[in-house]
Design a protein around this ligand. Structure first.
Ligand code: RIB
Ligand code: CA
Length: 306
């Protein structure tokens, strides 16, 4: 079993990733930590609690940072994920509440408790992970891996020509995390742009899992409309679910070791850069993927939900 914590800004593809993790028999979901990005951090916490309650997973949620390490706060990506984070689905209040402990302290404590076993999967900006590394020098050695949805090597950006959104929203934090060496796996646009989920795929999920699959299909309309209008694509990239799948199925990915830094200024802010002269220990960057297998796994697992 993979002991997993997802650090998330839910977010439509975040919801897909969390439902996937709940459905995957090889994943033990130890909790969610929340971050701004697609929504504000308080909305991310509310949405994380809503998702866990919907899918029936009794796991804690710890709220994270409310703004980037150095930059001023960004407005949420409401044009991509809707005003409340789930497309046209309206806000609703969860029954539960977040822990009193913040995200970084929760991550540090869980990494100590499950030393060498915990996989952290950030699928939003990397602020909480950078704070955990700064608060606890043992954090990186205590985790098994940090598998990140973010960045790109060859593919360019999706929020600017150079930057992927999660890295762009806190480049200083991403640069800190890139010092963590080969514990870090970047699952970026080089692979997530190869995996497209179409309206027919969501119909298939909803037919097999009317309750939770139907909820994802309802959310997907807004996200698919964005992809059609902005990219001319009849489908959306499976960004965040692909990172969760990489946590348990690394054999489906081709990885390259790259010493990495992150541009924090100017037009290229948020670009992930190969920096062979930086003296940094290389991180692992996904540059190839068995796209059909990843997508089939996603569809198959979500179809087992209610
Ligand atoms: O670039 C894709 C990432 O940005 C995903 O994590 C998506 O949810 C948004 O946060
Ligand atoms: Ca996300």
């Amino acid at each position: 079993m993979t002991k997993l914590i997802i650090d998330t800004d839910p977010g439509i593809d975040d919801a897909m990733a969390i439902f996937y993790a709940a459905a995957a028999p090889e994943i033990e979901l130890l909790g969610l930590t929340t971050i701004f990005g697609n929504v504000t951090t308080p909305m991310a916490t509310r949405n994380a609690l809503r998702l866990l309650e919907a899918v029936g997973v009794d796991a804690p949620v710890a709220e994270g940072a409310h703004q980037p390490l150095n930059l001023p706060p960004f407005p949420p990506s409401a044009n991509v994920h809707g005003a409340e984070g789930f497309g046209d689905i309206p806000a609703s209040t969860p029954k539960g509440r977040a822990l009193d402990e913040d995200a970084a302290d929760f991550l540090i404590r869980m990494a100590r408790t499950h030393k060498g076993e915990l996989v952290v999967c950030p699928i939003g900006p990397l602020t909480n992970i950078a704070i955990a590394m700064q608060r606890d020098p043992e954090f990186v050695s205590n985790v098994k891996a940090i598998v990140i949805m973010g960045g790109s090597l060859e593919e360019g950006g999706n929020i600017t020509p150079h930057a992927e959104a999660n890295i762009y929203h806190d480049p200083h934090a991403a640069d800190v995390v890139c010092t963590a060496g080969n514990k870090v796996v970047l699952v970026g646009l080089d692979v997530t742009h190869r995996i497209l989920c179409t309206p027919d795929d969501f119909s298939q999920i909803a037919a097999k899992a009317p309750n939770l699959g139907g909820m994802l299909q309802d959310m997907s309309h807004f996200y698919l409309k964005f992809y059609l209008e902005v990219a001319g694509l009849n489908g959306c990239s499976l960004h965040d679910p692909t990172a969760v799948i990489a946590c348990t199925h690394p054999e489906l990915f081709e990885m390259r070791s790259v010493a990495m830094s992150v541009s924090c200024e100017g037009d290229t802010s948020g670009a992930t850069l190969s920096s062979p002269d930086s003296g940094r220990v290389p991180v692992r960057v996904c540059v190839g993927v068995e796209a059909d297998t990843v997508k089939a796994l996603f569809l198959e697992r979500l179809s087992t939900l209610s």
